[in-house]
Design a protein around this ligand. Sequence first.
Ligand SMILES: *Cc1c(COP(=O)(O)O)cnc(C)c1O
Length: 286
Amino acid sequence: MEHHSNIVPWQIIAEENGAKLVAIPVLEDGSLDMEAFQRLLSPKTKLLAVVHASNSLGTINPVNSMVAQAHAAGAKVLVDGSQSTVHLPIDVQDMDCDFFVFSGHKVYGPTGSGALYGKKALLEAMPVFHGGGEMIKEVRFEGSTYNDLPYKYEAGTPNIADTVALKYALDFVNGIGKASIHAYEQGLLSYATDALEQIKGLRIIGKAPEKTSVLSFVVDGVHPSDLGVLLDNKGIAVRTGHHCTQPLMERFRIPGTTRASFAMYTTYEEIDALVEGLERSIKTLL
Ligand SMILES: *Cc1c(COP(=O)(O)O)cnc(C)c1O
């Protein structure tokens, strides 16, 4: 279910360390196969890296229980919160994950900004990966010592402007309140799901019981890109393609999907326009 950015870095690391990368299978409704997950966990499992909310399907994974299960097997857990941070209340202490990451541009912040949360003891124990100014305490030719957290991992002059902007983006979202954002978006999601299910030949990919406000779908006989272009011509913005989750597309034996994402500023009228735009576009294409 992972975004390429939660696959490829681990492939690189696995190659360097001789580790083995194992994927948790995805069920037909777009949920992770929890029985398979339980079976796959073993004392050999070093790290569980799992997406909190899928960008392609919207599935919200039960990360709290997955963290507990992984910890029981002796593994550390990294949660990819890129899609959950904007939609759901996040409490990393309650989740008990060891690491949590999100990208600024997925919470209305600037591209190229983001955050890594890690448990202090782990961040203290881990080796530095990036050398430069600021991450040092003292530099001598005989050897250098490293700075305290978080500077230890922040080599060089950071992207100050975008980091300041990210703080304001988070203030904006928190000011409105994640709980009310989530409640509003869930209303949009169920309204849109009901409406799209009425469209002949349209199949929603990802119908897990817990979802963020994302609808991915395919239409019989219609290529997602063609549909995207026609909707775009009507002023309706959707995304088409594999959504940086090629293995997931392969799992569902589709080249890609058309994906409509609803946010706190989306209106019910806009969903009506999407439905009408879809019906007309499909008629044109078939
Ligand atoms: C966008 C996204 C990423 C990658 O974040 P970038 O900052 O764009 O590299 C990772 N995981 C998920 C679930 C995403 O939606």
